[in-house]
Design a protein around this ligand. Structure first.
Ligand code: ATP
Length: 376
């Protein structure tokens, strides 16, 4: 029997030194990446970062300039797309308009010469919850339904890996959200590896077990959605996945697993465990905190704030009601001209623009970044 701890399983995707240049332009710098079998993996980044090129190299649609692609133990680098145990779903669903839904899904089986397709096609249509639509034509379905047909068609030949290239890009926001949950459910049910390309951070966070954040042809950080959000290691990742409220500070002292920082005349605490850049006494560090971790108290009530919290004083510059919360923009000398966004569900009539406030949060929610980077 195979030793599963060392041998690649069929649905593992292993990229080794894979890179792509176009003339003198490097679209993807050589990168190493392993996607474990059965996981939902997202390549996330802004337009032009190289995520689609990476996906296309896994599919065999783009020839790498360097490196190898393994699926399980098989080196597929030299194989054409149709000989790889992968299938791709594109943003343009590319359904056959003249065939009904049943025949669209059956296509891959029929092409392989399989005659009795009924049971398999019906199972697939059940999986994507389109059992009732089998005899309709693509144009009679909604965008979300058409996308589900494309998924069923891609899954019918039991690929080991399904590649999804911005599959929800053509859908409106509400439908996108429904389809995110739907794709996640399908992936869990079939248990095969999904590699999903998107520029939408919420989409990647909602669906993926692991997210690779790409920037300028490199993977900047790889991790679970929660880890990337709570422990970003670069300003790019911190800012791409939400608002990060970055503050420039100097390390004053270090003891008991904590760094004490000086920032604009105030004092902040950064737990050593969250000091990813390894700042030391006398050095500089960029510290961040997510907006929803911050509480906001009117300066008149500052005495009620419990001890041991990081505090910043400031003045409300702006506030906007956004349903579940109110978003405040606070100007503070500590933030050296930066604005601080705060979400706070407490209603307090005094919390209006111009009001003096104290922002405070549990130091455990502070993260430290290399100060050599631009905070923006
Ligand atoms: P998008 O979401 O806009 O597709 P992306 O992150 O998926 O962006 P890629 O499509 O991977 O980015 O492209 C990465 C870079 O490589 C881009 O700057 C793009 O202009 C460049 N590129 C892609 N294909 C070619 C090509 N055939 N010739 C030259 N440059 C290319």
């Amino acid at each position: 029997t195979e030793d599963s701890s060392t041998a690649g399983r069929g649905g593992d995707v292993r990229l080794t030194g894979i890179g792509k240049t176009y003339g003198s332009f490097t679209a993807v710098h050589p990168l190493d990446l392993t996607v474990p079998q059965g996981s939902f993996f997202a390549l996330l980044g802004a337009s032009g970062c190289g995520k689609t090129t990476t996906l296309r190299m896994i599919a065999g649609l783009e020839e790498p300039t360097s490196g190898t692609v393994h699926l399980g133990d098989q080196d597929v680098t030299a194989l054409p797309p149709y000989k790889r145990p992968v299938n791709t779903v594109f943003q343009s669903y590319a359904l056959f308009p003249h065939l009904d839904i049943f025949e669209n899904v059956a296509f891959g089986l029929r092409r392989r010469g399989i005659r009795s397709v009924k049971k398999q096609v019906e199972e697939m249509l059940e999986l994507v919850q389109l059992g009732e639509q089998a005899r309709k034509r693509p144009h009679q379905l909604s965008g979300g339904q058409q996308q589900r047909v494309a998924v069923a068609r891609a899954l019918i030949n039991h690929p080991k890996v399904l590649l999804l290239d911005e599959p929800l890009g053509a859908l409106d926001l509400k439908l996108r959200r429904q389809m995110q949950l739907e794709l996640k459910r399908i992936q869990t049910e079939v248990g095969i590896t999904f590699v999903h390309v998107t520029h939408d951070q919420e989409e990647a966070m909602t669906m993926a077990d692991t997210v690779a954040v790409m920037n300028a042809g490199r993977v900047e950080q790889l991790g679970s959605p929660a880890d990337l959000y709570e422990n970003p290691r670069t300003t790019f990742v911190a800012n791409f996945l939400g608002t990060s409220n970055l503050i420039e500070a100097e390390v004053d002292s270090a003891s008991g697993g904590e760094l004490t920082l000086k920032a604009g005349g105030g004092k902040l605490v950064l737990p050593e465990a969250r000091n990813s850049a390894g700042a030391t006494t006398g050095g500089r560090v960029l510290v961040g905190v997510r907006p929803e971790k911050i509480s906001l108290t009117h300066a008149d009530d500052a005495g009620e704030i419990p001890g041991g919290r990081n505090r910043i004083t400031g003045r409300i510059a702006d506030s906007s009601f956004i349903g579940v919360s109110t978003q405040f923009v606070v100007d503070s000398p500590v933030c050296a001209g930066f604005e601080v966004y705060v979400q706070n569900i407490d209603r307090d009539a005094r919390l209006v623009p111009g009001a003096e406030v104290v922002l405070h949060w549990n130091p455990a929610h502070t993260f430290g970044l290399d100060a050599a980077q631009s905070p923006l």
